[in-house]
Ligand binder design. Structure first.
Ligand SMILES: Nc1ncnc2c1ncn2[C@@H]1O[C@H](COP(=O)(O)OP(=O)(O)OP(=O)(O)O)[C@@H](O)[C@H]1O
Ligand SMILES: O=C(O)c1ccc[n+]([C@@H]2O[C@H](COP(=O)([O-])O)[C@@H](O)[C@H]2O)c1
Length: 216
């Protein structure tokens, strides 16, 4: 079991220890942004691995309203994406859902989201999880130079096959065992009658069937 460096009953506290204690009064929150159309097991695996590797208090999945790369995909309605997220995370006490981008509407620029969350939650330290493929695109992100300078904000890059997995921006890199499929693959498999068993949680599979999502 990994130790997360919690100091207890410390009588004489050195300056580095004090800084550590102070930093531990902050909640370390992972944010996993995406369209989640639908959420799949690779997302869940990444979130779980990053949570334990970085000793995060929790990881919140944050569905976007309009993804900044609009041409990338046309998602099903937000309510159904959230329903599937709820079903997927219900058994993990370290997982939650952050709805701020859906509530705000418009294009879900991360800079706007983080400004809002950091102002609202001064005791939270945020770890924004992105795949290595997304790291390659960081230079094109809206106000990226301002975003990386925000206090209490960190990018966590999950290395992925096929991505460059390097950048000049500050990124905490992690290696986690992962699998290569995407939501696009899930949608394609459903629309062509192939099995998605073990690629999404059973309740999400059931939801997709019941609501006839992605069949055409
Ligand atoms: N198999 C995977 N392994 C690691 N990271 C992943 C994987 N699939 C998606 N991600 C990451 O999850 C985040 C949210 O992704 P998103 O909701 O767009 O899922 P996606 O599977 O990439 O969807 P789509 O195929 O519709 O683009 C992104 O940072 C993406 O890089
Ligand atoms: O702010 C930006 O310019 C920006 C550009 C690309 C992606 N993002 C965010 O990165 C997360 C993953 O994006 P995506 O397209 O893989 O779903 C999601 O939360 C997006 O809002 C943000």
């Amino acid at each position: 079991m990994q130790q997360c460096g919690i100091l207890t009953n410390t009588e004489t506290v050195t300056e580095p220890q004090a800084k550590l204690i102070h930093s531990q009064q902050r909640q370390r929150v992972g944010l996993y942004g995406g369209t989640f159309n639908p959420i799949h097991n690779a997302h869940l695996l990444v979130a779980d691995q990053v949570q334990s590797l970085l000793c995060l208090n929790r990881v919140d999945f944050m569905p976007d309203f309009i993804p900044p790369h609009i041409d990338k995909k046309r998602a099903i309605d937000a309510q159904k994406r959230v329903e599937m997220l709820k079903l997927a995370i219900e058994s993990n006490p370290h997982f939650g859902i952050e709805l701020t981008e859906l509530e705000r509407g418009g294009v879900s620029y991360t800079y706007d989201t983080m400004k809002h969350l950091l102002d609202k939650n001064p005791l939270m330290e945020y770890y924004f999880i992105i795949g290595g493929d997304m790291v390659d695109y960081l230079p094109k992100w809206y106000r990226i130079n301002d975003l990386v300078k925000l206090p209490r904000f960190h990018f966590v890059g999950v290395r992925r096959q096929g991505a460059k997995n390097e950048t000049n921006y500050p990124v905490i890199w992690v290696d986690v065992p992962t699998v290569a499929f995407s939501s696009t693959d899930i949608r394609h498999r459903v629309s062509t009658g192939q099995s998605i068993k073990y690629m999404v949680p059973p309740k999400v599979e059931q939801f997709i069937k019941e609501h006839r999502l992605y069949y055409e």
